[in-house]
Design a protein. Structure first.
Length: 303
């Protein structure tokens, strides 16, 4: 099973439509759901994509099928409006997709280049982990250039993308799940939104935690980021002569960019305490050091 094949797995826009209909109707038959989602006047391929999206996200735990009816397996909060639920849907989907029981294993046994024998969302977890481990300021935007870089970095028997169609799918889902911004012409890996929407799970407003605890807890919730499970597995298969990991105590450019943005937005504050044993340094464009910090505080209100 995969998630990045747009023809078979669908698109975020289709998922939003399906989830909105099911949330409104509470329970609905597949044919009725697809008729509402895809009017007969639309291209038949859209119905195929819609059905694929429904099946994929049923397997991932967003929907459940009881008898001939589909329902949400992840219910809206008590009193939550439909609009509020749909705004929160990317967070729900991200947590389902990144769950280690769904993403692992990232590769099949025996060094085969195949999605058979991998986790339900392995293609997404593998691709995000690799892209976010790179220098986001210089990462190529075309698949041809990416393929050359991947071939140089990744050890034999391991892979990132199966083909260029998965790269297009990754851009769609990375934006939806909070790991990227901008349209295709200016696409940029930026996990700020993913990090922001997990902050309330890490600390209370006004609270402060050590930097090491912050990074460790964040990596558990977003395992494609620094020190996360998927990220560690990906870094193990990269050739050290072709990919340079950040120095000890330094964060990747992707996580550094997100934390810097959250500071600029007045949501996070990073401070240095002389008596602290743990310290991290943000990495900016060109590998240059940004600020160092030992503690992180949540100072702004989260939307």
């Amino acid at each position: 099973m995969t998630i990045l094949n747009r023809e078979n797995d669908g698109l975020p826009s289709i998922l939003l439509t399906l989830a909105g209909i099911v949330a409104r109707e509470k329970a609905i038959a597949r044919d009725d759901l697809l008729k509402i989602c895809v009017p007969h006047s639309q291209d038949p391929s859209t119905r195929t994509r819609s059905n694929g999206t429904l099946l994929r996200w049923t397997a991932l735990g967003l929907f459940e099928e009881n008898g001939d009816k589909f329902r949400l397996a992840v219910e809206p909060k008590r009193g939550e409006s439909l609009d509020s639920f749909l705004d929160r849907l990317p967070v729900v989907c991200r947590r389902l997709a990144l769950d280690t029981n769904r993403g692992n294993p990232l590769w099949p046994e025996g060094g085969r280049v195949s999605e058979e024998g991998t986790g339900l969302t392995a293609d997404l977890c593998r691709s995000l982990a690799w892209c976010l481990s790179q220098d986001i300021y210089t990462l190529p935007s075309s698949y041809g250039e990416l393929e050359i870089l991947i071939t140089e970095q990744v050890k034999p028997g391991r892979f990132v993308f199966m083909n260029d169609t998965r790269w297009n799918g990754l851009r769609d889902w990375a934006r939806f799940l909070g790991f990227a911004t901008r349209d295709d012409t200016g696409f940029f890996f930026d996990p700020t939104e993913a990090v922001r929407t997990e902050l309330s799970e890490l600390m209370k407003p006004g609270g402060t935690i050590p930097a090491a605890e912050f990074v460790a807890q964040l990596s558990k919730r977003l395992p494609v980021l620094d020190t996360g499970l998927y990220r560690n597995e990906m870094e193990k298969v990269l050739r050290p002569e072709k990919w340079t990991s950040p120095p000890v105590g330094y964060l990747s450019t992707s996580l550094s960019f997100a934390l810097r943005r959250l500071q600029k937005q007045g949501i996070l504050s990073a401070a240095t305490r002389a008596d602290s044993e743990s310290r991290f340094t943000l990495t900016r464009q060109g590998g240059r050091a940004w600020d160092s910090f030992t503690h992180v505080s949540l100072i702004g209100e989260l939307p």
